[in-house]
Design a binder for this molecule. Structure first.
Ligand code: NOJ
Ligand code: NOJ
Length: 443
């Protein structure tokens, strides 16, 4: 462990030599000034993309962009991740204002989660090509039936993670009626959102599906990690909602997933592979090295289970990702004084509105910052805390370098010019700013 820590220390110091006083030409504030401003702006952009006027309340557009590319859809994955951020905002609000006296002080995030729940139930009962595995819907709730990579089985799992945790909080606050009516009722066939998702996840995790990038049909580390988390939370919820047999079944499936997840560690390459058992779709990812593995940990780690931010296998995978991307994009090679901008995987060709070469993304670069902030939060040694915190900040400075002075954030960063490209104000990019901020506050 110690040797390993020293190795990455050495490796990373090479990247960041002489970095301390560098400032972005585009956005020349110190990062400590910029980041809180970006956080506040991102929260507004994120909320703006929820319940659009031409959509159902609780729907989430992936981006306001309606053409080149058209991201004006409710993606199950993006929406669940965004609502997980809203759930955090709701919790923080609740902690600040536990007993609202005036109607105007009522938790505004609570209503958003209720709308999202109602829209999700509508999605679940809508006829689609792949049932609950369907990746996206029109914002009025109608099915999208054009050719697409489907099913994508991380979607229902992520939704169950978000709404399952919210259900546990509502139970703790005494709102059992709402939970029973909408989120979890012990009955089959399931007619509540979380119960329906848990049934789907627990009966489908063994089957291949398309990955979070919607390209590869296989078994994915990302999908399995979030499926396991859904089932662990689902089992706690089932227990509380008087459904002991289901609790047992969900726990059993979670344990089986844990066994399967071990197979993704590749001893020879010293990385966690992103996919196994290729079954269709794009097959260009020869390296099998993908930032999806880090996102899997950020979205799917759960106390007491394997593959946490502290796991040396995760650390080794992240280090390899950082070094391949550092060499891969011109903006990294040309600005080595900054921490590298991070993309999805090096063989990527998706340019945000076409296929003329992959680029770094905001949400993937932020994932590395978030990772180091979480590591700082969970290390006990003060120097180590400081070390990881500084590392996280380096990646934030890279994000700042390519961000816009008016705080808009698109999906991608042009690999040669460093300008923003791809879907504008990607809701997930703004959400990643907020989750990175939460991780940075956690110590
Ligand atoms: C191909 C991209 O690689 C994928 O991630 C994206 O979801 C689809 N095109 C749709 O834009
Ligand atoms: C493309 C990404 O690959 C996918 O993960 C995402 O769900 C969609 N864009 C929508 O943001």
């Amino acid at each position: 462990m110690l040797t390993w820590t020293l190795t990455i220390v050495g490796l990373l110091l090479c990247f960041f030599q002489g970095f301390a006083f560098a400032k972005s030409p585009l956005n020349s504030k110190p990062v400590q000034t910029w980041f809180p401003q970006q956080v506040a702006a991102s929260q507004n952009f994120l909320l703006k993309n929820i319940s659009p006027t031409d959509g159902f309340p609780g729907s989430v557009i992936a981006s306001p962009s309606r053409a080149n590319p058209n991201y004006y859809f409710h993606w199950i994955r993006d929406a669940a991740l965004v609502m997980e951020t809203v759930r955090h905002l709701e919790q923080k609000y609740e902690a600040r204002t536990p007993f609202p006296l005036l109607a105007s002080q009522r938790n505004p995030f609570d209503q958003i989660l209720r709308d999202y729940t109602a829209f999700s139930r509508l999605n679940q009962i809508t006829q689609t090509l792949t049932g609950l595995g369907e990746p996206k819907y029109y914002v009025d709730g109608s099915a999208f039936s054009d050719a697409w990579g489907r099913p994508q089985n991380d979607g229902p799992a992520l939704r169950a993670v978000t709404l399952g945790q919210w259900a546990l909080e509502l139970i703790a606050r005494g709102d059992l009626t709402y939970v029973k009516n909408w989120l979890y009722r012990a009955e089959l066939p399931a007619r509540t959102v979380v119960k329906a998702d848990l049934e789907y996840v627990s009966h489908h995790w063994q089957q291949p599906s398309f990955d979070l990038w919607e390209e590869v049909l296989a078994d994915h580390f990302y999908t399995l990690m979030v499926q396991r988390k859904a089932l662990v939370i689902g089992s706690q919820l089932a227990q509380k909602m008087n459904d002991p047999k289901a609790a047992e079944w969900y726990t059993k499936q979670a344990q089986l997933i844990s066994v399967k997840l071990e197979k993704f560690w590749n001893q020879e390459k010293q990385i966690i592979l992103t996919s196994l058992n290729y079954a269709g779709g794009l097959d260009s990812k020869k390296s099998n090295l993908d930032i999806a593995v880090l996102l899997a940990v950020l979205h799917g780690q759960i106390d007491g289970y394997s593959f946490s931010v502290q796991d040396p296998r995760v650390e080794k995978t992240v280090s390899q990702l950082i070094s391949v991307f550092a060499k891969h994009y011109p903006i990294n090679v040309n600005n080595p004084q900054y921490a590298p901008a991070i993309g999805r995987y090096t063989e990527d060709v998706y340019s945000g509105n076409g296929f003329d070469g992959g680029n770094p993304w905001f949400l993937t670069t932020l994932a590395v910052a978030e990772f180091y902030f979480l590591k700082a939060g969970s290390s006990r040694n003060f120097n180590q805390k400081l070390f990881f915190r500084n590392l996280g900040t380096r990646f934030l400075e890279r994000v700042q370098l390519h961000s816009h002075p008016d705080y808009h954030l698109s999906e991608q960063i042009d690999r040669t010019h460093g300008a923003m490209i791809g879907a504008e104000d990607l809701t997930w990019s703004h959400s990643a700013i907020l989750t990175t901020h939460f991780a940075n506050q956690s110590f």
